[in-house]
Structures are given as C-alpha cells and as structure tokens.
Design a binder for this molecule. Structure first.
Ligand code: N01
Length: 488
C-alpha cells in the first residue's frame, strides 16, 4: 500500500469484489485519494473468490458480466465459469493499478462517526483506520447460512458449505448428501453426481428451471467482437434488453406472462424427466419468479442417474452417520454439502456502524433495512453502500446496478473533494424513496407468489430486490441529486 496506516483516507472501500473494485477504479480515474480497499478474504474477487464449488458459474450471460470501463471481449462461454470470472477481476485490478491499494485479510468490524472532525473511525481486526468517507462493497451474499437441523454437529464425516468448499476432501466414490436446491445446488449437483458413488439430494422446495442453452463462444465469434466496431457493445445491448424485457413486461408481478413462462418451464421439465412420479416431485407449487428462476440443462438429467436419490421428505435430524428424514428413512453418508444459501442480515447485524448522535445502523433498521437509492441512510454521513437494500436483481446483471451506484457515489465523493465536509441524505428523501419501493412491493411476485426466499426478511418484507427495470433504476439513481442531500 502506498498510504501510511495513520493517515486519514479520503475514501475507505470495504470489499474487493465486483463493487469494491469498480468503485476503486472510478475513484482512481477521478483522482480521488488517498484511497484504500480492505478485504476480509486472502484474495480479491468477492463472491467469485469464495464460491469455488465444482460447476460454479454465472447464470447471467458473459457479455453482461464485465464492467463497461473494463470490458472483456473474449469470454470462453455464454455463461462464464467461476475461474474465468475470477481471472477477469484479478486482471482488471492489476491493469488498473489497484493491487497496491488493497489490504487483504482485513475484516471491517465497525465504524463510529466523529461529528466534530467529520470523519469515520473504522475498526478492523488488523487495527484502526480513519477515513472521511466509507464505501461498502460488502454485498449481502457472503455469510454462509447453515440450516438449524438437530444433530448437525454430530456428523462424523466432512461437512461444508458450497461457499466454503473444502478442496482437500476427495468426493470420488463417496456417498454424498447435498442439502438445498437453489442456484448453487443446481450447479454443483451434476458435477457431484458424476463422481460420487451415490448422491442424495435433500429437496425442501423444487425450483423453477428454464433451459440454459450454454455453449462455448467460438474463436471466430470472439475475434468478430474484437474486429467489427461496436459488435461487442451491440451484443451486450441486445442481451441487456432481452433481460430487461422480463422486468418491463411485468415479470415482477404475477401476470399472464407468469403463466406462459411457467408453461415453458414445465415443458423443459417434461422433456427432461419422463417419469411422472419424479416429475411431480420436481414441479413447484408457487408462482415462477417468486424465488430466483434458475437455468440448467444438466440438473434434471443428473437427478435421473442410477446413483442419485431425490429425497423430498423433510429432514428430521443429522446423526453421526448421515441424515434421517421425518418419515424415519436414514441415508448413510460420507460427506454432507450444505447448499443452503446465505444469511443476508448477518452482514449488517455483525458490524457495529454508529452514526450521528450515537445511533447504530441496527437501530436505524429496527423495522427493516432501507436506504435512499439503496445507497445512503439518514444519520450516516459520508457512508455509501453498493448493492445495498433493494438494489439486488432477479432478472438482469447486477453489474449494471453496481455501475449506476458507483457513478452516484462518485458524484458525492466529488462534492467532498470540493470542500463539503459531509454528504448526508435528507430523512424525507429517504422515506419517500423507501415508501415508493414498498408500495411497488406489496403485490410483487416475491411477496404474493406463494413462496419464501432469502429475498424476504423475517416479517415477509422484500428489502433486497429492486422492483423495476435497470433502466428505471438508472433514471432514479445514476446522478446524485444533491437537493436530496444535506451538504455540511
Ligand atoms: O441459496 P438459496 P443459493 N432444510 O437461498 C434450502 C446467488 N447465486 O446459494 O427453498 C432443507 O437460493 C432451501 O430450501 P427452500 C443468487 O442470487 C448466484 O443456492 O428454502 N433445505 C433452498 O433450496 C441466489 O439466489 C449464482 O425450501 C434447506 C436452498 O437451501 C443466491 O446466490 C449461483 C434448509 C438455499 O437456496 C443464493 O443461492 C449461485 C433446511 N433447513 C448463487 N435451509 C449465479 O450463477 C435451506 N434449505 C450468478
């Protein structure tokens, strides 16, 4: 790192995933510094550093999955595998001179606003940092959630989460149990089914699955992107709008289109699974879109292998030797894989962020998370979030959301550079924004679609997703309307 530990930073960025790296690049380009990025892991890449399970890949087309100011023209596949995305992020960080600014192995544990000096005192497990502004690039999906199943500690064999894969455990020839059937599970199950002696998949709720149509991007096509002016941008735009149409046509609500999409998914299931009993077990009973819609061409075939069992009875307990269902059936296992998702609220619950007047973020969010444009919270001056509340996406690439937010934050940071000491959202602007989001959520597919998912908090409120198109968010958030802020 080029800065000394004791100096007050202009900006501290927390997290070196897609968001944090994008923010750091744009800050450097704008000449904003001194700047530091802290990252709890021992490498950069965020979710693409952590999720190394077999089959990990992006379920958004590659062309939509790079930063517009650091584009990648030569993706190998339509849906890029995790190692390729991680390599892209490392390459992007290096090309943009970020590595000397990044402090790895450093966990952000909290920060306290110092009103007299207009700066944040930041606590990390590697010592304190002071910074005029903090940008959180922490995202919501990085605290693995383990199910609260009795006896979990009793299991004698190796047991690990998809987001904390234990590569030291060889799974070839083993009896493997996978718990969960979300986006992570449907990618890992075909890989494990191919090597395990037996795989038992514990399904609580079947997902809706659409065809994936993944394919390698032929060399000839790649060079076309490089040679023909704007071709890459055109392809990116075409795919972007294809995905946008889902939101624009109303896929965020139960509509006629929901039924049509469900028919398509049912056809995909019927074509892949001739057995009626198995098909019934795999048919969802809630509306498509309520949970994340998954895409796969190899998940259903994997479930029909002779060495695979789909268990749909509830899990009663885990024992030393395996998993026992509520019907009393016991599955002997050598290894258990938890594909049970993430604890979205843990990110905020575990850190102690104390803003103006000694009020903590936990207190400010006692009735649920909420932020102006998903980025700033009244009472927390100079604190900005990337992919904060209600800015996740179910239908398109979050990279587009990150770029919009980075531009917004940059406007605020530039105001600080011009001599303003504090940028703090007005409570009424925040309340207006949050109310608008939640009035749209009331009849949204996520709250009215007949399912529960990580999108909803304990009270059933969706504080995680953006309920509209990316273009609508762009109009709302790309430029910071400084009238909505109190500048001190
Ligand atoms: O986690 P999930 P995920 N007993 O929460 C089950 C992103 N992502 O890691 O549906 C039995 O979706 C739970 O069952 P149910 C993406 O945003 C992206 O798969 O609650 N089962 C469910 O089946 C995604 O949405 C990519 O009934 C239990 C599963 O565990 C998000 O990450 C790839 C249980 C959890 O599914 C999370 O996906 C992967 C219990 N006690 C992930 N507790 C891309 O390709 C939980 N389950 C970009």
């Amino acid at each position: 790192m080029t800065e000394t530990a004791s100096e007050t930073l202009a900006v501290l960025i927390v997290g070196a995933g897609f968001s944090g790296l994008a923010m750091a690049i744009r800050c450097r380009q704008a000449g904003i510094g001194p700047l530091r990025v802290i990252e709890k892991a021992d490498g950069i890449g965020g979710t693409w550093h952590d999720n190394t399970y077999p089959g990990a890949a992006c379920d958004i087309p590659s062309h939509l999955y790079s930063l517009s100011f650091a584009p990648k023209a030569d993706w190998s596949r339509m849906y890029a595998p995790q190692p390729e995305i991680l390599a892209y992020l490392k390459d992007t960080a290096e090309r943009n001179g970020l590595m000397p600014l990044i402090q790895l192995g450093t966990t952000f544990t909290g920060a306290t606003w110092d009103a007299a000096r207009a700066l944040w005192h930041v606590e990390t497990d590697r010592g304190p940092i002071t910074a005029r502004a903090i940008v959180s690039g922490m995202g919501g999906l990085h605290h693995p959630a383990y199910p609260d199943i009795p006896g979990r500690e009793a299991f004698a064999g190796p047991a690990f989460h998809t987001a904390a894969w234990d590569h030291a455990v060889a799974l070839e020839g083993k009896r493997v149990g996978v718990i969960g059937t979300g986006a992570s599970a449907i990618q890992v199950v075909p890989e494990l089914a191919a090597i395990a002696s037996h795989l038992t998949l514990f399904q609580r709720t079947p997902p809706w699955i659409m065809p994936k149509n993944d394919h390698a991007i032929a060399e000839g096509t790649k060079s076309r992107y490089r040679r023909v002016p704007f071709s890459r941008r055109l392809e990116r735009a075409r795919l972007f709008w294809l995905h946008e149409v889902r939101a624009l046509l109303g896929f965020t609500k139960v509509s006629k289109l929901t039924g049509q999409a469900e028919a398509l998914a049912r056809r995909h299931l019927a074509k892949a699974v001739p057995d009626k009993t198995l098909r019934a077990k795999l048919t969802p009973s809630y509306r498509l879109g309520c949970k994340r819609v998954l895409i796969s061409d190899d998940y259903y075939p994997a479930l029909q292998r002779p060495n695979v069992t789909l268990e749909t009875d509830g899990i009663a307990r885990i024992t030393e030797t395996g998993v026992t269902t509520e019907a009393g059936r016991h599955h002997d296992l050598d290894v258990i894989v938890y594909a049970t998702g993430f604890d979205v609220t843990a990110t905020f619950a575990r850190m102690k962020l104390v803003g103006r007047g000694g009020r903590s973020l936990t207190e400010a969010w006692a009735d649920g998370m909420g932020a102006y444009q998903g980025i700033t919270v009244a009472g927390f001056p100079n604190y900005f979030m990337l992919l904060g509340p209600n800015t996740g996406l179910g239908h398109n690439s979050v990279v587009s959301m990150i770029e919009i937010q980075v531009q917004h934050v940059l406007d605020c940071l530039k105001a600080l550079r011009r001599g303003t000491k504090t940028v703090e959202v007005r409570p009424e602007a925040q309340a207006r924004f949050v109310d608008r989001i939640h009035s749209r959520m009331a009849d949204s597919i996520w709250q009215a679609g007949g399912c529960r998912s990580w999108y909803l908090d304990a009270s059933g409120r969706n504080n995680t997703l953006w309920p509209d198109s990316v273009m609508a968010y762009r109009r709302s958030a790309r430029r910071a309307r400084l009238g909505d802020y109190r500048l001190g």
